[in-house]
Design a binder for this molecule. Structure first.
Ligand code: ZN
Length: 74
């Protein structure tokens, strides 16, 4: 089964082992997430345990520090 990456439109094979699906890569996933954050006017996401603020300008750097599989919700 082939799908188009929602970000760059590249056609990729759907692979349930791909942690970035439906995106082709982590980069496209992060770009999409960054745009989503920007569209929501960067409303701070507040975690009652740890104050976490998502800054779209630094989202890639921030997310790169998160553990692998952070976005896996299987
Ligand atoms: Zn892509």
């Amino acid at each position: 089964m082939k799908v188009n990456c929602p970000q760059c439109q590249k056609q990729i094979e759907w692979d349930s082992n791909n942690p970035h699906r439906p995106f082709c890569s982590k980069r496209c996933q992060l770009i999409d997430l960054g745009e989503w954050a920007a569209e929501t006017h960067a409303i701070p996401v507040k975690d009652p345990q740890n104050d976490i603020f998502i800054d779209p300008e630094n989202i890639e750097e921030m997310l790169s520090q998160m553990p692998d599989g952070f976005f896996n919700e299987d």
